[in-house]
Write a protein that binds this ligand. Structure first.
Ligand SMILES: *[C@@H]1O[C@H](CO)[C@@H](O)[C@H](O)[C@H]1NC(C)=O
Ligand SMILES: *[C@@H]1O[C@H](CO)[C@@H](O)[C@H](O)[C@H]1NC(C)=O
Ligand SMILES: *[C@@H]1O[C@H](CO)[C@@H](O)[C@H](O)[C@H]1NC(C)=O
Ligand SMILES: *[C@@H]1O[C@H](CO)[C@@H](O)[C@H](O)[C@H]1NC(C)=O
Ligand SMILES: *[C@@H]1O[C@H](CO)[C@@H](O)[C@H](O)[C@H]1NC(C)=O
Ligand SMILES: *[C@@H]1O[C@H](CO)[C@@H](O)[C@H](O)[C@H]1NC(C)=O
Length: 441
């Protein structure tokens, strides 16, 4: 039952369904036949592993109704089984050139290693038939969104996410082939406004409606049939990050949920509720932060650029416990998955396993580079629309008073080597430098 992404559903509702499924059956459970074999994708983090155990235990108590009507109590040989299958990653866990416990601590090393030593398996062909559907009298029903006391939010600039595999495949087709956007992905992916600056595959990937192996095949086909350049490669590059976080979650276990992270960093984080509320409600007084947080709250999505900026602000400028930020993302994101979410946050908070990471994102600089016209902030904060473009990011008295001062000031040139102690460089550069590297194919 892939309830979580149901065709035609409004995003708020599938957000809710994900919660339900996390509570009860996540990982997504598929009923294959009345013989009751239950298949699910293998998970890696502790809460999800616990759900696997609970489902497995409950299945042992399931009473089957055989075709002739009598009840069959399953026993050791005929009991219902939960079959857990590895999925979700682009490279299969069995095809890695190392065991998860000896996973390289640096992404680039991981990437180069899998690119040269592993192969991406091809997609499994869809069976022509799954046989007749089981006759179930009452499937139950899925409530209308209004029943849940929710309203549809009107968002004109963004992707209207629709759940389900068909919608997922359509989006791949649209982004790659119809709109021909794959060839410019690398240049546009750091945008913040509109449906097409990036692929927006993540909610479907997270819910299992879209396979990274299918994306891989489509990228390869695009490269054969249209063109191949850094942009086409970059989609795979990002999917390898996703794999990396998933495998890291096995290696690092629960440390990705601890304040000190995998590196056991000692720090005195604040848990100031006033500052935290200002952050999550988009009322910090910094339009770039506020616009991103309003987008997250309204749509369940935020650009990758935005996620890094608001993380840096919470952690570095507000000194708030990064786990509160991670948990808020977990609450809101349509594309939430524990490995990528907590993996990214440990990196952003500087407690991840790469000690070189120390990522400060300067708001003035980010604003200048990624929203120079103030279009993004004016979209989410309508009160800024009347202002001239150059004032929108720092509207002064015309906007909420900033709740904290920026750690490195408000000047546009915070990228000063002397601002941090010795080893600290502008994190932004740092990260993207680390992400570059030669293509090995
Ligand atoms: C399992 O149940 C079947 C029928 O319900 C019974 O015939 C069989 O002996 C049982 N097997 C075991 C190992 O208990
Ligand atoms: C298991 O179930 C099948 C189908 O109902 C039955 O034919 C078979 O005898 C059962 N096996 C055992 C060991 O109970
Ligand atoms: C890829 O090719 C397209 C079309 O030729 C071009 O516009 C784009 O800039 C290229 N991107 C990269 C990253 O090389
Ligand atoms: C988080 O991780 C994913 C990989 O799962 C990556 O594509 C994305 O860029 C990361 N986001 C941030 C904000 O770092
Ligand atoms: C945290 O605060 C305690 C008490 O004020 C102090 O002793 C300790 O050195 C601080 N630790 C760090 C890493 O700043
Ligand atoms: C960078 O720091 C140095 C040393 O403090 C200072 O002299 C210089 O003016 C700063 N540069 C900028 C652009 O802020």
């Amino acid at each position: 039952m892939r309830l979580c992404l149901w065709p035609g559903f409004h995003r708020r509702l599938f957000c809710l369904c994900i919660v339900l499924i996390r509570g009860f059956f996540r990982p997504p459970v598929t009923l294959v036949s009345l013989k009751l074999e239950v298949y699910a994708q293998k998970e890696t983090c502790s809460e999800e592993l616990n759900v696997e155990r609970l489902v497995s235990k409950s299945l042992q108590k399931v009473v089957l109704s055989s075709s002739i009507g009598q009840s069959v109590k399953p026993n050791s040989t005929n009991s219902t089984k939960l079959e857990l299958i590895w999925g979700s990653s682009m490279y299969h866990i069995d095809d890695l050139p190392f065991s998860c416990n000896s996973l390289p601590d640096v992404y680039t090393q991981f990437r180069k290693s899998v690119e040269s030593k592993s192969k991406v398996r091809s997609c499994i062909k869809i069976p022509t038939s799954l046989g007749p559907a089981p006759s179930i009298k009452d499937w139950g029903c899925i409530p209308e969104i209004t029943v849940l006391g929710l309203e549809k939010a009107k968002v004109s600039k963004g992707l209207a996410f629709v759940g389900g595999e068909s919608a997922a495949v359509s989006r791949v087709c649209e982004y790659f082939w119809t709109k021909n956007l794959l060839r410019t992905y690398k240049e546009t992916r750091n945008g913040m406004l509109g449906p097409d600056y990036s692929t927006k595959f993540s909610p479907w990937l997270a819910s299992g409606s879209l396979s990274p192996r299918f994306i891989y095949e489509e990228v390869k086909r695009f490269e054969r049939e249209r063109e191949s350049n850094d942009s086409t490669y970059w989609v795979l590059f990002e999917l390898i990050w996703r794999d990396y976080f998933r495998f890291l979650s096995i290696k690092q276990g629960n440390s990705i949920f601890h304040a000190g992270g995998p590196r056991k960093v000692e720090a005195n984080w604040s848990q100031n509720p006033t500052l935290f509320d200002a952050w999550r409600n988009g009322q910090t007084g910094y339009p770039l932060i506020d616009a991103n947080m309003k987008e997250l709250l309204t749509t369940g999505f935020m650009s990758n650029r935005g996620r890094q900026i608001v993380c840096s602000f919470l952690v570095r400028d507000m000194n708030i416990d990064w786990r509160m930020g991670a948990e808020w993302f977990e609450t809101c994101l349509l594309d939430y998955d524990p490995c990528s979410n907590y993996g990214n946050w440990t990196y952003g908070a500087g407690v991840g396993n790469d000690p070189r990471e120390d990522r400060y994102f300067s708001i003035p600089k980010q604003a200048q580079n990624y929203d120079p016209e103030g279009e993004f902030v004016a979209y989410w904060l309508p009160q800024l629309r009347v202002l001239p473009k150059e004032k929108r990011h720092f509207p002064g008295l015309l906007y909420i008073k900033p709740v904290v001062a920026l750690k490195f000031g408000n000047t546009k040139t915070t990228n000063n080597k002397t601002m941090g102690s010795g080893t600290r460089t502008t994190a932004d550069e740092n990260r993207w430098k680390g992400r570059k590297g030669n293509r090995t194919q």
